[in-house]
Structures are given as structure tokens and as C-alpha cells.
Design a protein around this ligand. Structure first.
Ligand SMILES: *Cc1c(COP(=O)(O)O)cnc(C)c1O
Length: 220
């Protein structure tokens, strides 16, 4: 039972304030069920179609986190059930999530994704764009979303110093963001850290780690 064993080993290393998202993208339901049987209830996926297929097949007490880049036209498929959307990187997307959440009579928790890496390929907002969104009157009108924190990804590099610098930068932005308070903005979650860098993320104040390959094995 390598999955259950991996899960237990990783959980042992996590401080109590850190939530584990088991990143199960590309993995079959059978593998997710093994983690479920071992007690895991939060799963992260990066494709809406795949997440929805798994949601339909699996127990209903699972919390599904969307950790990937979200296309506006697909929000409607996950709006009935998604528990947390990590990768919100535009006001336009946030408004669409609000609209679809309203149709489903619910409030959807979201994280704003912040760009901290040196890579061109990573999505996210900079600190000014973040403050522009949270400070706007239009934002305060969105009653069916709640911003509960920030998410970021470090550069894919061997350099621990570089990763450390990027995570510490995100922590600073996170602390500054707490000044924004509104009914739909209650910042408490800092989602940073994956299999290769989650220890560094935790040292820098992460409260939520997204771990895939160290639990389920490498992906093709
Ligand atoms: C795939 C993915 C992860 C997990 O990556 P591992 O290296 O397998 O732990 C975490 N966060 C995001 C946004 C991902 O896309």
C-alpha cells in the first residue's frame, strides 16, 4: 500500500496548522480511493473535466480543490461542488465564478494566485493587480465568492535560495493582504509548496501544501 504509507509519512512531517491537499491529477480513481481509505479528504485536480468525473464517482464527503489554470467558460461545470479554487488570476474570472456560484445558490471560496517565479509560463497577479482587485468597489459587490487567501508557485529550480526568496516574498504579500477586510475577503490561507519544495514553503509560513508525486508516484 505505497499510497497510504506515503500519505502517513508526509502527514507526520506537517505541522498541525498546515493542510494537505493530495494532488491526484492524471491518477485513476482507484489510487484516490486508496488515499481516501487512509483518511484523506482533500484532493487537488488541475482539469475541470477530470475533477468532475472523479467527483461523480467518489464519496461525497471529499473536498475538491481546483489547483490549475481555470478557463472562464468551464467554471459552470465545477460551480455546483468545488470546495476551493486556488488559481484565480483575473477579475474577469472572479466575476464568472461569482455568477456561477449565485446560480448554484452558494458562496465559493477562492485563492488569488500571485506570480512569484522567474518563469514566463506561470500564471498569476502581481501585488498591484491584487490590491486593485481587493480595493475596488466592484469587488465588494461580489456576494457569492469569498477570497480566503493566496496561492503561488516557485520557480522550478534546484536553487533552494531562489525558492526561499520567492516564498518569503509571497509571505510578505500575504501579510500585507490581510489589511483588506470585507465580508467577501477574509485572508487566512497561504497555499504554497509542492512535493519538491514544501518544506521550504512551510518554513516560510505556508498553511496549505499541494503534494502529488510524493503521494501517488510520478506522473507520465
Ligand atoms: C501538479 C501540481 C502540484 C503537485 O505537484 P507535485 O510536484 O507532484 O507534488 C501542485 N500544485 C500545482 C498547481 C500543480 O499543478
Amino acid at each position: 500500500m505505497p499510497i497510504a504509507k506515503n500519505l502517513t509519512e508526509i502527514k507526520k512531517t506537517l505541522p498541525p496548522q498546515v493542510t494537505l491537499v493530495a494532488v491526484s491529477k492524471t491518477k485513476p480513481v482507484h489510487d484516490l480511493m486508496e488515499a481516501y481509505e487512509a483518511g484523506q479528504r482533500i484532493f487537488g485536480e488541475n482539469k475541470i473535466q477530470e475533477m468532475t468525473d472523479k467527483w461523480e464517482q467518489m464519496p461525497k464527503d471529499i473536498q475538491w480543490h481546483m489547483i490549475g489554470h481555470v478557463q472562464t467558460n468551464k467554471v459552470k461545470y465545477m460551480a455546483p461542488y468545488v470546495s476551493l479554487i486556488h488559481g484565480v488570476d483575473s477579475f474577469k474570472l472572479l466575476k464568472e465564478i461569482n455568477k456561477q456560484a449565485a446560480k448554484n445558490n452558494r458562496v465559493i471560496d477562492c485563492l488569488l494566485q500571485i506570480y512569484i517565479a522567474e518563469e514566463e509560463s506561470k500564471f498569476g497577479l502581481d501585488e498591484k493587480e491584487l490590491n486593485d482587485i481587493l480595493g475596488s468597489d466592484e469587488f465588494k459587490e461580489l456576494k457569492n465568492i469569498k477570497i480566503v487567501g493566496l496561492m503561488g508557485m516557485a520557480t522550478f529550480t534546484e536553487s533552494e535560495a531562489q525558492i526561499n526568496k520567492e516564498f518569503s516574498n509571497l509571505k510578505k504579500i500575504f501579510d500585507n493582504t490581510k489589511q483588506h477586510t470585507a465580508e467577501n475577503c477574509q485572508i487566512s490561507i497561504l497555499s504554497m509548496g509542492m512535493s519538491g519544495d514544501y518544506q521550504i514553503a512551510i518554513e516560510n509560513g505556508s498553511t496549505m501544501v499541494r503534494i502529488g508525486s510524493s503521494i501517488f508516484g510520478s506522473r507520465k
